[in-house]
Ligand binder design. Structure first.
Ligand SMILES: [Cu+2]
Length: 379
């Protein structure tokens, strides 16, 4: 308990050193910061939102995404469909190559983490396919420790990517090809299952595995969000929490969406060391599909859901009015340590400016609208 309290205090000091503006100076808590956000004008014009974060509890500065080699804004919409061909029986084959290697990444401005990565990014590539596709993943371990790829899905034991079964742990310098038919449809994930498991997962070896239902889903603007955390001093507690690895990135750069359109979020929790993570949406409610394995919502009209580690699901919602809307973990400590962002809902005419304000373009717009491997079944 005392040790836990010391951790808590030291983490608070850590964040206080990293935050600026009113909230930081006064040491305001999250509740106060949230109150400030809700007094914001409801409909800022395009490009006007850049500085509003300075009044909130937020990590200050910017992360060098080029040096990281990935940008959380792009990870939202960066579907990896693999190299596509057809097997003799007509089944679609999707081939991927995944390289595991060690790499230091910046997870908050000026805060670095010695990650283990799939293809140099955390989370790893978002593998996307359709129900029933054959998936073939050539996994090469170029890292310093034995690793695996364990997929959540249906497959034979030797393709399960766990120690002692089939190929077991893949040693540095070795490779193995995982192959199976994608099922069931849903919002899934993969992660390393080498031992010690919590270290291998927490170091960054995980990614989304999205299997589209054969009948498709209604057209929507789609995002992948992986809730994660980082224990930067290796004391068994996270110092930074985030969605897609960079603390407060979507607070610094609100995610552009359009008023009235259907937004679909593939949400996954991979956070290690904390038993539960959560997602709360401001000023609107959503339908939720637990694990994404159903076509009808498993929860309707909710604004908060929780996920244990590896739990995941699909959120669907529409904003009615223009404005900036927060989303965050409803664990206040996580919010202060990086897990908070904004959607920037604008009218279609203002969308190009909203994209430009956070460094995005038409290509991002296209990816967010055309992620599915299956034609939609109509809105
Ligand atoms: Cu590993």
């Amino acid at each position: 308990m005392r040790k836990r309290l010391q951790h808590f205090l030291s983490r608070r000091d850590f964040v206080r050193a990293g935050i600026g503006g009113v909230a930081g100076a006064l040491g305001l808590g999250t509740v106060a910061a949230t109150g400030l956000a809700q007094t914001q004008p409801p409909a800022p014009g395009p490009g006007e939102h850049g500085g509003h974060g300075e009044n909130l509890m937020q990590l200050v500065g910017a992360v060098d995404h080029k040096r990281n080699g990935f940008d959380p804004m792009q990870i939202l919409v960066d579907w990896d469909f693999g190299t596509v061909s057809a097997l003799p029986n007509g089944q679609t084959l999707r081939e991927y190559e995944i390289l595991a290697f060690d790499k230091e990444i910046e997870i908050a401005p000026g805060i670095f983490f010695p990650a283990w990565t799939y293809n140099g990014r955390v989370p790893g590539p978002t593998l996307r396919c359709a129900e029933g596709d054959r998936v073939r993943i050539r996994f090469i371990n170029a890292g310093s420790h034995p690793h695996t790829m364990h997929f959540h899905g249906v497959h034979p034991a030797e393709m399960d990517g766990v120690p002692g079964v089939g190929p077991g742990e893949i040693a540095p310098g070795q490779l193995f090809t995982y192959e199976f038919d994608a099922q069931p449809f849903g919002c899934h994930l993969y992660h390393c299952h080498a031992i010690p498991l919590k270290r291998h997962i927490h170091k960054g070896l995980y990614g989304a595995f999205i299997v589209d239902p054969a009948v498709g889903r209604p057209p929507a603007r789609e995002f992948m969000m992986m809730m994660n955390g980082f224990d930067t001093n290796f004391d068994g507690d996270n110092e930074i929490y985030a969605v897609n690895s960079v603390g407060h990135e979507y607070a610094r750069r609100p995610i552009p969406i359009q008023v009235g359109e259907l937004v679909r979020v593939y949400l996954i929790n991979i956070t290690e060391f904390d038993p539960i993570n959560s997602f709360h949406l401001h000023a609107e409610f959503f339908n939720y599909y637990d694990h994404g394995t159903t076509l009808d919502p498993t929860s309707r009209t909710v604004d908060t859901i929780m996920q244990v580690q590896a739990q995941r699901g699909i959120l669907e919602f529409r904003y009615r009015w223009p404005g900036q809307y927060m989303f965050h973990a409803h664990v206040s400590e996580f919010v202060e340590l990086g897990w908070m962002g904004h959607f920037n809902a604008v009218q279609p005419a203002d969308f190009p400016a909203a994209l430009a304000a956070v460094g995005l373009d038409e290509e991002w717009d296209r990816k967010s609208m055309q992620g599915s491997t299956v034609a939609g079944k109509g809105a």
